[in-house]
Design a protein around this ligand. Structure first.
Ligand code: SAH
Length: 258
C-alpha cells in the first residue's frame, strides 16, 4: 500500500458535494487512516464515514474553540486528524479562522481539495460555464445575509458584467437575489437554474429566467443547500469551441484552409 505523502498531523479535506464517490482518492485514504475526524455534519454525507475506526466529532454542534481543542489535543497525542469540509474547503469553508488558531499553536496542517458544489451543480445541468462569446468569466459569490458581503461586491454591482454567476448560500433570499441581479443589469430573460443537493440521491433542479425563477423555487419549496446559477451560458445557445473547429490551428493540430 502506498504511504500517505502528507505528513502534517492535521489535514483539511474536501468531502465533495454529497455523492461519496466524488471524494478524491487521497481524501478517501486520509479518512481511512485517520484517528480523529471532525466533520461538518450539516452538509457532509455521513456515508463517507461508514465503517471507519476513527473517533468522529460533528462540528455542527461545536464552537470554534471546541473544534480547535479537539484537533489540537489529538495532534498533541500524535494522532492523525482529518477536518472534513463539504465541497472544496477553500470556498465558503470557514477554514482560515481555524488555520489562524493552529498557526498560533504551532500545529502544522495541509489541505486536500474537493469537488465543489459549484461544479457538481454544473455537471448536473450538463452546463459549460465558459461558453465562447457568451461568457468567459465565472463569479462565485453570495447574497449578503446575516454574514455581510463587502460593499464593492454587492450582487447588483457584480451583475454589471453579465458573466456566469454561481451564487452560494442564498436560495432562501431568492427574491432579493433576483431584485439585485435585475437592478444590476441582467435582462429579465436571463436563464437561471437552481440545483438543490447536487449529486445526492434526492437532488432536484429547477429552471427559469430572472422573471420566473422566484416563483419556481418557492413552488418547489427549495430553501437551502442549493446553488443558483445565472447567465446566458445556460441557454445552450453557445458557439462551438474554437479548439475543435476544423479551421483553427493550435499546437497539436493544423487547421484546414477555409
Ligand atoms: N465548500 C462548499 C460550500 C459550503 S457553503 C463547496 O465547495 O461546495 C454551503 C453552501 O454551498 C450551500 O448553502 C449551498 O449554496 C452550497 N452547497 C453545498 N452543497 C451543495 C449541493 N450538494 N448542492 C447544491 N449546493 C450545495
Amino acid at each position: 500500500m502506498s504511504e500517505p505523502n502528507l505528513s502534517s498531523p492535521i489535514v483539511f479535506v474536501g468531502a465533495g458535494p454529497g455523492d461519496p464517490e466524488l471524494l478524491t482518492i487521497k481524501g478517501r485514504r486520509l479518512l481511512d487512516q485517520a484517528d480523529v475526524i471532525v466533520y461538518a455534519g450539516s452538509l457532509v454525507n455521513p456515508a463517507l464515514l461508514d465503517g471507519l475506526s476513527a473517533t468522529l466529532h460533528n462540528s455542527a454542534s461545536l464552537t470554534l474553540d471546541e473544534c480547535i481543542g479537539i484537533m489540537a489535543e489529538a495532534a498533541g497525542q500524535e494522532k492523525k486528524v482529518v477536518r472534513l469540509h463539504t465541497g472544496d474547503p477553500a470556498i465558503f469553508g470557514a477554514i482560515r479562522e481555524q488555520m489562524a488558531r493552529l498557526d498560533k499553536l504551532h500545529i502544522a496542517y495541509e489541505v486536500v481539495p474537493g469537488v465543489t458544489s459549484a461544479t457538481a451543480a454544473a455537471a448536473s445541468l450538463k452546463a459549460e460555464l465558459t461558453l465562447p462569446e457568451i461568457s468567459q468569466t465565472i463569479i462565485i459569490t453570495r447574497q449578503a445575509g446575516r454574514t455581510p458581503v463587502p460593499d464593492k461586491e454587492q450582487l447588483r454591482l457584480l451583475a454589471a458584467h453579465q458573466a456566469t454567476m454561481l451564487i452560494f448560500l442564498s436560495v432562501g433570499m431568492i427574491d432579493t437575489v433576483v431584485a439585485e441581479l435585475t437592478a444590476g443589469g441582467y435582462p429579465t430573460s436571463t436563464p437561471v437554474a437552481v440545483v438543490e443537493k447536487a449529486s445526492w440521491p434526492e437532488e432536484r433542479k429547477v429552471y427559469g429566467t430572472l422573471a420566473t425563477i422566484s416563483a419556481v423555487v418557492k413552488k418547489a419549496d427549495i430553501k437551502k443547500t442549493a446553488m443558483i446559477l445565472v447567465g446566458n451560458v445556460l441557454s445552450g445557445i453557445g458557439k462551438e469551441s474554437r479548439l475543435y473547429d476544423k479551421h483553427f490551428s493550435h499546437e497539436f493540430r493544423r487547421g484546414q484552409e477555409k
